[in-house]
Write a protein that binds this ligand. Structure first.
Ligand SMILES: Nc1ncnc2c1ncn2[C@@H]1O[C@H](COP(=O)(O)OP(=O)(O)O)[C@@H](O)[C@H]1O
Ligand SMILES: [Mg+2]
Length: 316
């Protein structure tokens, strides 16, 4: 019997590109310190066992796009978007917040009345030509917002029928990028199509993690999604940092923080944001913590975090 392998040999498979350059090296304590204080984003090498890829430096001549995400609800995504965006705007940068969550809390927290807004993130995604007109001023100078609202519910279903459905937001934002220093996207607590759109559009991801029991498990799930998006839709996507939120001195919080430091030393941004009532009450006044009570523990923590991000994002 002829051997089909001899006549028609199978072409050799080329090796699949690795998602990340994994280097399992022991990191000395003083090296961790060095990494933590480094001013710029490192190249895409990863030391952590869960292999979260680092992001690339900001592109020249256009805004960096950063998505703040974690599929867990109530971990401080929206609070971090509002306060980091506002702090950067107060420092003189032009910032655009894009709220992709149907709860629309970014608008409320920045003093914008959602009920008076007619063009929202839903319109931005469905009609990219509406991008310029979809922006609204906020209670903070230099800080604009594209408002998310309940019309985002059901959008994923509608998008399923559309071609290029994962890239709609990326395309819609293109026109706006020359006018801003940073675009920061808030996401819903899910890894659905809207969050995928945000990841496809982004240069970097910022992950707020509450220092509670399931933090590492949640990060593992997110890691899988980031890898998939990287290999299929956006090979430049990487993580800008992990921030610890609602942190207290409890033993559990300290232990989880310790585990995060052990696993993600180079991506972890310190200090942890302390649980602080002034942060929780600021949105009820429609202002960020830096206008409500800048000298509170939460105000100081967000200022320190913002200073590190300002450097990582190449703003200074
Ligand atoms: N550092 C903090 N201290 C106290 N409360 C906080 C802090 N960060 C967030 N919160 C509160 O926790 C709740 C959930 O935060 P939020 O930012 O809406 O989370 P997510 O967007 O991830 O669902 C909100 O009521 C918020 O005011
Ligand atoms: Mg939120």
């Amino acid at each position: 019997m002829p051997n089909p392998e001899e006549e028609n040999p199978l072409p050799k498979v080329s090796s699949a590109p690795l998602i990340v350059d994994v280097e399992f090296t022991e990191i000395e304590d003083d090296e961790i310190e060095k990494n933590n204080t480094s001013d710029s984003i490192q190249s895409s090498s990863v030391h952590s066992p869960m292999e979260l890829p680092s992001s690339l430096p900001s592109p020249k001549n256009r805004a960096r796009i950063v998505t703040v995400t974690n599929q867990k609800g109530g971990v401080g995504k929206t609070t971090s978007v509002i306060n980091i965006a506002a702090q950067l705007a107060l420092r003189g940068y032009s910032i655009l917040v894009v709220d992709c969550d149907s709860q629309g809390n970014c608008a409320t927290g920045l003093g914008v009345d959602k009920s008076k807004v007619s063009i929202t993130t839903r319109d931005l995604i469905l009609n990219p030509e509406s991008s310029i007109n979809s922006r609204h001023a906020t209670a903070v100078d230099n800080l604009h917002i594209i408002v998310g609202d309940k019309t985002l519910i059901g959008l994923e279903q509608e998008m399923m029928r559309q071609l290029g459905r994962e890239r709609r937001l990326k395309e819609a934002l293109q026109n706006l990028l020359p006018y801003y220093d940073l675009v920061i996207i808030d996401t819903p607590p899910s890894l659905g199509l809207v969050t995928i759109n945000a990841l496809v559009a982004s240069d970097g991801i910022l992950i707020p993690v509450q220092t509670e029991y399931f933090a590492l498990e949640g990060l593992a799930l997110l890691t899988g999604t980031i890898r998939e998006v990287r290999s299929l839709l956006n090979n430049k996507l990487g993580v800008d940092g992990i921030i610890m939120t609602m942190h207290t001195n409890s033993l559990l919080n300290q232990q989880v923080a310790g585990e995060l430091i052990d696993n993600y030393s180079d991506l972890l941004i310190k200090p942890a944001i302390r649980r602080n009532v002034r942060i929780a009450e600021a949105p009820s006044h429609g202002i960020p913590i830096h206008l409500h009570d800048p000298s509170s523990a939460g105000g100081k923590d967000y200022q320190e975090i913002t200073t590190i991000l300002e450097k990582r994002w190449g703003l200074i």
